[in-house]
Write a protein that binds this ligand. Structure first.
Ligand code: SAH
Length: 393
């Protein structure tokens, strides 16, 4: 087996079982992309088995800290089985047929993401190691889930960093991949697994949509960055007086309208606005509009900590405007899915926004990702989604 030799003292993060080995920690390594290497400290002590990514700054990702393990088809079968079991046991599995089945590093499968939308699986192979085992993984998925249709969405930006070309399409089976019907807590959604963002739907917000539903009764709601209407429909189902959904993508809004039509909801109580949230919030302010519940679920402004400063400005701007648009007694459900923005930083940005908006506000609840997006304790990077429910007093 080829080896990856670490520089002196660079085994510390591995000892804490962090699965990533950065290029700067590597003294010497060799092998083909995706090949399993034996990772050793400077004295030659074996520490882990890891997949080699020669083109990436994350030079290797650990499959196992048990150096006697065999990284083979059975290994992936067992890890996938374990991930599936965890989802079966979740309370949400009784209320939806759409779940994240495999959440990369947090399920011990670095670089692999698999979402289930009813009888269709969407898979993303995001590292050289996951790519190397693609066939074995896809075979196991078919066998263990009974899903006959698997759509591959290996078109995420991170593939480029791994030196991997994009790949999309059905691996097995065929469906109308542009409109895959799912149910979430009794609401019908269509998921565009082919063209939609990420794998087609933001499953991580499932329980938070449900929370917004419970809070929406009688309220005038603004759903900013609405995508295909997840929070909007939840608010309507919860008895919102009226919902304004703002989204810049025409494709997303088209699906949002179909989602509305797929449910017994009063379409006269919702408007979809194709607009940029930053300018649209100002327009609403100039028109003197007020809301009792604002949802802010923007895209990832800061994928890494390096972009945190610009992202902070953007987060502050939308939160400041949202707080100004809130009527007294109104609620703001505000989120950040930026890995580069910590929960502490996010809270201080929202606090700064409240000061500048001149409003009195308090945090009444905190949000995270749904339980099918677990966070392995040895991989804090997995804790990307944070949210606050803020009450304007
Ligand atoms: N809340 C949604 C997910 C939102 S994802 C759900 O529960 O399903 C973020 C969305 O913001 C994407 O649909 C993206 O198209 C949209 N977006 C990004 N920048 C925007 C902007 N400046 N103005 C309006 N929408 C924007």
């Amino acid at each position: 087996m080829n080896k990856l030799l670490l520089k002196k003292g660079r085994e510390k993060s591995l000892k804490r079982r962090h699965p990533w080995i950065f290029s700067g920690a590597v003294e010497k390594a060799g092998g083909k992309p995706g090949e399993t290497l034996l990772v050793c400290d400077v004295a030659g002590n074996p520490l882990a088995l890891a997949a080699y990514s020669p083109d990436s700054q994350i030079r290797a990702r650990v499959w196992s800290f048990d150096v006697s393990a065999s990284i083979d088809k059975d290994f992936f079968q067992r890890r996938i089985e374990k991930s599936l079991k965890l989802r079966e046991q979740l309370p949400a599995s009784k209320h939806t047929n759409a779940m994240r089945l495999i959440h990369g590093e947090s399920d011990g499968l670095p670089g692999l993401v698999v979402d289930r939308y009813a009888d269709v699986l969407v898979a993303q192979f995001l590292s050289a190691g996951a790519e190397r085992w693609r066939d074995a993984i896809l075979d196991s998925l078919v066998q263990l889930t009974g899903c006959e249709a698997i759509f591959e969405r290996s078109d995420a930006e991170v593939r480029v960093l791994e030196g991997l070309p994009p790949r999309t399409g059905f691996f097995r089976g065929n469906r109308n991949a542009a409109r895959c019907p799912i149910v979430e807590y009794g609401l019908n959604f269509r998921v565009d697994v082919e063209q939609g963002q990420k794998t087609g739907f933001f499953l991580d917000q499932r329980e938070n949509r449900q929370r917004v539903r419970a809070l929406a009764e009688g309220r005038e709601v603004l759903d900013a960055f609405s995508y295909t209407g997840g929070f909007s429909l939840a608010a309507l189902a919860g008895g919102a007086k009226h919902v304004t959904a703002v989204e810049s993508s025409a494709e997303a809004l088209e699906v949002a309208r179909e989602n509305l039509a797929a449910n017994p909801l009063d379409s006269s109580r919702i408007v979809f606005e194709k607009a940029d949230v930053f300018s649209y919030q100002r327009l609403l302010r100039d028109r003197g509009r007020r809301f009792d519940l604002v949802v802010l679920d923007p895209p990832k402004f800061a994928p890494t900590a390096a972009q945190a400063k610009n992202a902070a400005r953007a987060y502050k701007d939308i939160n400041l405007m949202a707080l100004k648009l809130l009527a007294p007694g109104g609620l703001l459900a505000t989120f950040s899915c930026s890995g580069g923005v910590s929960a502490e930083l996010f809270q201080s940005i929202v606090a700064g926004a409240a000061v500048d908006a001149g409003v009195d506000a308090r945090i009444v609840e905190r949000f995270g990702a749904a339980a099918d997006h677990p966070v392995a304790l040895n991989f804090p990077e997995g804790d990307y989604l944070k949210g606050l429910l803020v009450l304007r007093t």
